[in-house]
Design a protein around this ligand. Structure first.
Ligand code: 13P
Length: 262
């Protein structure tokens, strides 16, 4: 499915993973905000996803300096509170003005055993807490090479969104992140990324109707850099990017945000 004309605001997100302590985070936000113009903020929604320990510092800076960057988290637990050593609940994040939470990232799925059911529960808790989930989906290299990309990705999307209303889905973000492209320097061709992202939009149309399909924002992630952003963003169904490594450097991240000038 392709949507030639749409009013979706592009969304560029930086997933820092386990990088930058809270001192680094403060410097990053100061440097980034210095590099961005009013036009950048007007044209693109920007989110950053620092580690938990940075969030309070970044929140304070964003609030005091009125920086128009959306604060995001990389993870949370679906329970409200309780005996879950090491975890943080969605409502704790809302108290810090966190507005976006990444869920179902391939690193959480592969390294920490997160299942499709877990991701479904997480989305319920993130939405209930009033935040926007950024749902990650994507195939391994073997799955791609054996023609199972669509089946894998569509399966992840349908499991994660089961039980959601069209209204909830329309406000979500889904990031297509082929696992073989994450941190490898290998990027899906813009055409290949568009094919999968377009198929996700078609699936949303079928399951949740036209309004949800037209409004949900779909990102691509996997070795996105300033040098390949323009081509990726030129695809009709790609509304933004989820950036790992290249989001750690304020100058490079600013150039990605300014993709329209490229
Ligand atoms: P890289 O941009 O480092 O490939 O990471 C992508 C990613 O996993 C973002 O969530």
């Amino acid at each position: 499915m392709s949507s030639e004309s749409n009013s979706r605001v592009p969304i560029v997100s930086g997933n820092w993973k386990m990088n930058h302590n809270h001192f680094d985070a403060i410097q990053f936000v100061q440097k980034l905000s210095y590099l961005l113009t009013k036009d950048d903020y007007n044209n693109v929604e920007i989110t950053i996803h620092p580690p938990f320990t940075d969030i309070r510092s970044v929140q304070t800076l964003i609030d005091v300096d009125e920086v128009r960057i959306g604060l995001g988290a990389q993870h949370c637990h679906w329970e409200e509170k309780g005996a879950f050593t090491g975890e943080v609940s969605a409502s704790f994040l809302t108290k810090l003005n966190v507005r976006y939470v990444i869920c179902g990232h391939s690193e959480r799925r592969e390294l920490f055993g997160q299942t499709d059911e877990d991701v479904n529960r997480l989305i319920v808790s993130i939405v209930k807490a009033g935040m926007t989930p950024i749902l990650c989906v994507g195939e391994t290299l073997t799955e791609r090479e054996t023609g199972r990309t669509t089946a894998k990705v569509m399966g992840q999307v349908s499991a994660a969104l089961q039980g959601r209303t069209p209204e909830q889905v329309s406000q979500m973000v889904i990031a297509y992140e082929p696992i073989w492209a994450i941190g490898t320097g290998r990027t899906a061709t813009a055409g290949d990324a568009q094919a999968v992202v377009g198929a996700i939009r078609s699936q949303i149309l079928e399951s949740f109707g036209e309004r949800a399909a037209m409004n949900i924002r779909l990102q691509y992630g996997g070795s996105v850099k300033a040098s390949n952003i323009a081509e990726i963003m030129s695809q009709p169904d790609i509304d933004g990017v989820l950036v790992g490594g290249a989001s750690l450097d304020p100058a490079e991240f600013a150039r990605i945000i300014q993709f329209r000038l490229r």
